[in-house]
Design a protein around this ligand. Structure first.
Ligand code: NI
Length: 226
């Protein structure tokens, strides 16, 4: 299941981030590719210890920590610091599945990559190609969002970024270890949570809402690991 989260960053925040990213020091993206993915990857990235990446990444995670849609969909336990990438001049990333386990750079901490998120930092009209193509349970999805918008999808998905044939595509991406490892269970919990929220508006005060909320928490108790 894919979920789009609008306006993670405002237009002003995107503009400020972009000015800094355009002046940043970029390195070959293969530095962080997994063994299997390395042959398919042609892009640039910021180093994981780059001060700009750390600062911008912290700001993005702080913002998402306040977004109910992100919390409800990802059910985050641990989040890896965001990476930043740049595609241009035909750069692409062929079909691959991300490594299951990532170590947080400079620490012994490991994160299971249950949920992938991409935050677009270029507008669609700034570049040609550069679509994020995701093989979902419901077929192939092609994603190209406005700058400041985020897409979240299961880490188990096969995915690629198509060649950028004009302009430059900037994005941030990161992985989340979820309280609920299984994508199908996460999707069910999100559907239940969404329905309860709708009922809270449409049928405020109904005792059945409290019972459904209890069911939600009992399912989460069954399915979560911490
Ligand atoms: Ni990937």
């Amino acid at each position: 299941m894919l979920l789009e989260i609008p306006d993670v960053l405002t237009r002003d925040e995107v503009r400020a981030a972009r000015l800094q990213l355009e002046a940043a020091t970029w390195i070959d993206g293969r530095a962080t590719a997994g063994h299997l993915a390395i042959g398919a990857k042609r892009n640039l990235q910021l180093a994981t210890d780059d001060a700009l990446a750390v600062r911008l990444g912290d700001g993005i995670l702080e913002r998402l920590g306040k977004r109910a849609e992100f919390i409800a969909a990802a059910l985050p336990l641990k989040v890896l610091p965001p990476f930043f990438n740049r595609y241009e001049g035909g750069g692409e990333y062929g079909f691959h599945i991300d490594n299951a386990i990532r170590t947080i750079a400079g620490t012994p901490h490991r994160v299971r990559t249950d949920v992938s998120s991409t935050l677009f930092l270029s507008d669609p009209d700034e570049y040609d190609g550069g679509e994020l193509v995701i093989e979902d349970t419901y077929g192939t999805q092609r994603v190209k969002l406005r700058a400041g918008q985020l897409v979240l999808y299961p880490g188990t998905s096969l995915h690629k970024v198509t060649p950028v044939t004009r302009g430059t595509r900037y994005a941030a991406f990161f992985w989340t270890q979820s309280l609920v490892r299984d994508a199908t269970r996460r999707a069910l919990l999100l559907q239940l949570d969404t329905a309860i929220r709708e009922l809270t508006v449409a049928a405020a005060g109904e005792a059945a809402i409290d019972r459904l909320t209890g069911v939600y928490h009992n399912l989460l108790r069954q399915w979560s690991d911490t």
